[in-house]
Ligand binder design. Structure first.
Ligand SMILES: NC(=O)c1ccc[n+]([C@@H]2O[C@H](COP(=O)([O-])OP(=O)(O)OC[C@H]3O[C@@H](n4cnc5c(N)ncnc54)[C@H](OP(=O)(O)O)[C@@H]3O)[C@@H](O)[C@H]2O)c1
Length: 267
């Protein structure tokens, strides 16, 4: 695998587009990217926007050195059935479908193509994603570098054993929704304290964005930063004591276990 390799993107929806953009940012020539997408209007939009190519599924799959499977989990079984007889036997297969295991992909294809399973998250759409990749049998060092290379252009990427993908789903996959739920709770709390919806929203969102940047750019831990804004017997201490009384840590841990368990069930 190298930047001259031919890459097929199957399913060019929301996540497919983010990945096309990442492939190009990581140095893959747009001329070497070919999409297959059910919705022709959507395919044309992306061809114009990124100067990539389009091909019917069977041709795309037989030509490609790497295949990015970016369809919804419920469409994956029928997609594998459609491509199993035409896939290039040495092509790297990279699956992004939540809950679909490497063995599901290999069994569905009935081939020994190397498979990488990736769990991305929605901030990928703004270049601040968090992805976790698990390498299947037969994945070479070149495949590994290619995958981590382009995923690095979507935000950050780590490598995990596949057995931990359900825990990853419960952390970074579903994590953005926990954050949004916390924003909703703070906006609602601020309104109860008398602020308008607009002011409550502005104050909450900018506080979250600023705190996240401070966490990333200061190099300090969340614990240190929390302690820095908490003076003894002050206002923050009063709020944190209330969180503590209501067992915030166990509420969050219980919710994450529920997400992990649901991910296991869906797989
Ligand atoms: N969006 C996210 O932030 C996110 C986060 C984590 C994981 N993921 C994973 O990424 C995958 C894609 O999600 P998405 O949100 O990008 O979905 P999406 O917007 O629905 O995009 C999938 C696209 O693939 C097309 N498609 C389905 N079967 C096809 C086939 N056989 N050949 C060619 N095209 C086909 C669909 O067309 P039709 O609509 O006509 O069926 C659709 O345009 C999912 O498996 C999801 O679990 C997404």
């Amino acid at each position: 695998m190298n930047q001259q390799s031919k890459v097929a993107v199957i399913g060019a929806g929301v996540m497919g587009e983010a990945l096309i953009s990442a492939l190009i940012s990581s140095g893959v020539n747009p001329n070497h990217i070919t999409i297959s997408e059910k919705r022709e209007e959507r395919a044309q939009e992306l061809i114009t926007k990124y100067s990539i190519n389009e091909a019917p599924l069977a041709i795309n799959v037989s030509d490609a050195d790497a295949l990015l499977l970016v369809v919804k989990p419920q469409d994956m079984g029928s997609l594998l059935e459609e491509i199993k007889s035409t896939i290039n036997p040495s092509a790297l297969v990279i699956t992004f479908a939540a809950g679909k295991t490497i063995s599901f992909i290999s069994n569905g294809l009935g081939t020994s193509n190397p498979v990488v399973r990736v769990m991305p998250n929605t901030p990928t759409l703004v270049g601040e994603g968090m992805a976790a990749a698990s390498m299947g049998v037969g994945v070479t060092a070149a495949h590994h570098d290619f995958v981590l290379g382009f995923l690095g252009a979507t935000g950050k990427v780590i490598e995990v054993d596949e057995g931990l993908q359900d825990a990853v789903t419960a952390t970074s996959g579903s994590g953005p929704a926990y954050f949004f739920a916390f924003v909703e709770a703070m906006v609602s709390g601020a309104k109860e304290l008398g602020l308008s919806e607009q002011d409550a929203t502005t104050l909450t969102i900018q506080t979250m964005v600023g705190a996240a940047k401070l966490l990333e750019e200061s190099g300090k831990s969340a614990t240190t930063l929390r302690e820095n804004v908490t003076s003894p017997n002050g206002t923050t201490a009063a709020a944190l004591a209330s969180f503590n009384d209501d067992k915030l840590n166990s509420i969050v841990a219980k919710a994450m276990k529920a997400a992990r368990d649901r991910s296991q069930e869906l797989a």
